[in-house]
Write a protein that binds this ligand. Structure first.
Ligand code: GDP
Ligand code: IMO
Ligand code: MG
Length: 450
């Protein structure tokens, strides 16, 4: 079998710059596939010097030769899909209609999924801090085998109505019990509305298997644009503070309908500092005067976390929430290496970390943890039981650096930036082949010798 698939996978808690790297990899690709999640993702790509925020359609759509596929492992809000298609067309991207395929097996997010997302969060003692896009409830319906797929939107209206009715019996009881009568689903009304959306999306909805089979047979370049990330994976992340899909490499293969033998390269994406939006463990998090809900705790001086957030413009692409920020955790990368099968790393925001170092006078990188009185070099998976956060052991570098935007090779980078990268390579045991030095597609150094 031809090895023609490049997988882009997030290594921390999302927003590492996957969209940018997937778009760069797509420059000479034939197919680009989104495999997991839905509009909880927010991927930034630069087209004609303008930033586009994409939630469902792969960023590779900006290149005219690509066919972009939204895979069977995703959960889709038709309204967001339609508005994204319109946005791409109005941004000057050509032939979107003939280059976009949506798997009929992808599941549909309905308004009641968003209401359930809100309700679950409200009822929890420790909310996850979800994006409230209905992701968890839609995947729950899928797992309970009452989900509604994109194919179902193409059924005769009466059949769609019956499916919606069956699917929402339990949900309606929950809505009534919780004084949410306005959320109670009227199956016929919803069937009318979503049947029309199905007609609007009909030309894109298809069986993607033949396309993928031909692509592999013909050795076409396929890029999988991973969404979310390793620590948000429902099986391998910080459960229960995770999303409801499997964003690790194996999960993206499944969600894209790709066989493992077709993998050529897996690129793990990270940032030179780290961020997390939503709740849950974050060992290297720095104190900040603003929390993820936007509450401001006023002090006299900006705290370390504020410096990272402001210099990195760390506000959610999907929700606008301020992101929690902290130092690079290289131990998680080491832990991700085998679970995600990472061949190479891409470290974005090397420019931003240099500025952070200049502002604070130092930068840090976590090289091990103290945990339960031991020094460990992997991420423990029983934090929810021990209630103890691994305590980072840091290597500190003085000052920061300035990266000239014309810098094109690794050798041209400031020595301190190279020292920082070396530490990551030693701790993670993964070569850093790609270095992001700015938001544009050109702002990337590729080490050809690796
Ligand atoms: P994704 O969800 O992993 O695709 O990442 P997001 O798009 O949510 O967030 C990444 C943000 O960082 C975007 O605003 C990008 O434009 C920006 N970005 C990506 N790489 C770099 C980089 O190397 N330097 C700088 N300064 N910004 C970057
Ligand atoms: P990209 O692809 C950052 C987080 C949410 C929350 C948790 C569960 O842009 O990197 P959900 O709505 O999925 O049920 O929320 O997962 N989360 C993300 N955080 N980037 C993402 O995607 C995310 N997708 C989900 O903030 O903590
Ligand atoms: Mg994002």
């Amino acid at each position: 079998m031809n090895k023609c698939v490049t997988i882009i996978v997030g290594t921390k808690w999302g927003d590492e710059g996957k969209g940018k790297i997937a778009a760069i990899e797509a420059a000479d690709a034939d197919f680009v596939i989104r495999a997991t999640g839905g509009s909880n993702a927010g991927h930034t790509v630069v087209f004609n010097d303008k930033k586009l925020a994409l939630h469902l359609i792969p960023g590779g759509i900006i290149y005219p030769q690509t066919t972009c596929i939204i895979g069977p492992g995703t959960v889709l809000d038709p309204y967001i899909l339609i508005s994204e298609i319109k946005m791409l067309k109005s941004s000057g991207i050509h032939n979107v209609d003939s280059r976009l395929l949506i798997s009929g097996r992808a599941h549909v997010i309905f308004p009641y999924h968003k209401d359930l997302d809100e309700l679950h969060e409200k009822m929890k003692e420790k909310p996850v801090g979800t994006t409230k896009k209905g992701i968890g409830p839609c995947y729950s319906d899928k797992d309970n085998r009452v989900g509604i797929r994109m194919y179902d939107l193409l059924l005769p209206k009466e059949q769609l109505e019956k499916k919606i009715y069956e699917s929402t019996k339990l949900h309606n009881q929950a809505f009534i019990k919780n004084d949410m009568v306005e959320s109670v689903v009227e199956a016929s009304t919803l069937a009318n509305e979503y049947h029309l959306l199905g007609l609007e999306l009909k030309e894109y909805i298809t069986d993607i298997t033949p396309f993928i089979a031909h692509a592999i047979y013909d050795n076409k370049k396929i890029v999988v644009e991973g969404a979310q990330a390793f620590r948000l994976d429902i099986d391998h992340g910080d459960y229960p503070m995770v999303t409801s899909s499997n964003p690790v490499t194996a999960g993206t293969l499944c969600g894209a309908a790709l066989p493992p033998q077709a993998i050529k390269t897996v690129i793990g994406i990270d940032k030179a500092y780290n961020s997390r939006v939503g709740n849950g463990p974050f060992p290297t998090e720095l104190p900040a005067s603003i929390d993820p809900k936007g509450n401001v705790f006023k002090g006299t001086e900006p705290l370390e976390g504020d410096v990272l957030r402001e210099l990195g413009h760390e506000y959610g692409t999907t929700t606008g929430r301020p992101r929690r920020c902290g130092w690079m955790d290289a131990v998680i990368l080491r832990t991700a290496k085998y679970t995600c099968g990472i061949d190479y790393l891409c470290i974005n925001h090397l420019d931003t970390l240099g500025k952070i170092g200049n502002e604070l006078g130092y930068i840090r990188v976590c090289i091990a943890y103290t945990y339960q009185e031991k020094i460990i070099a992997y991420y423990p998976d029983n934090i929810a039981i021990t209630n103890e956060l691994p305590e980072p052991i840091y290597k500190t570098l003085d000052g920061g650096w300035e990266i000239d935007p014309s810098c094109k090779t690794y050798e041209d980078l400031p020595q301190k930036a190279k020292d920082f990268i070396k530490i990551i390579e030693i701790v993670s045991d993964i070569p850093v082949k790609y270095l992001g030095i700015g938001p544009s597609n050109d702002d990337l150094i590729i080490r050809e010798d690796i």
